[in-house]
Design a protein around this ligand. Structure first.
Ligand code: THU
Length: 126
């Protein structure tokens, strides 16, 4: 599974985003060490705080299927590049190592990649 393939999965997942309030659609594709890919989208709610981001949707799907080891996640929004929000960074940290890869980009030709450690240095862990 290449970075580009994972990005394409996030892009096609984004079609299922439920974002009637912000209109900001997000798609994610999470690669587990098993080789399985779990997609996710943002799911908004009339009670705005109940909204769940695409990244957390993907992780919740994977964890609830028994996955515990992850390699990378690709994220894309309707406006292009989308680095994960602060809550998602902390949420992901729970399940990944410092070298977990986070991929995004405005297009498949301009992908950028950062590690978990780069996106959340000096992180809180119990
Ligand atoms: N959103 C995500 O899905 N992932 C992020 O990392 C940032 C924000 C969603 C939440 C909300 O539905 C919309 O983008 C606007 O904030």
């Amino acid at each position: 599974m290449t970075e580009r393939e994972l990005y394409e999965k996030a892009l096609s997942a984004m079609q299922n985003a439920y974002a009637p309030y912000s209109k900001f659609t997000v798609g994610a594709a999470l690669l587990a060490s098993s080789g399985h890919i779990y997609t996710g989208v943002n799911v908004e709610n009339a009670s705005y705080g109940a909204t769940i981001c695409a990244e957390r949707t993907a992780f919740v799907k994977a964890i609830s299927e028994g996955e515990r080891n992850f390699e990378a996640i690709a994220i894309v929004s309707g406006e292009g590049k989308a680095w994960p929000c602060g809550i998602c960074r902390q949420f992901m940290l729970e399940f990944v190592e410092d070298d977990f890869n986070i991929i995004t980009g405005d297009s498949i030709e301009s992908l950028e990649m950062r590690t978990m450690k780069e996106l959340l240095p000096e992180a809180f862990r119990l």
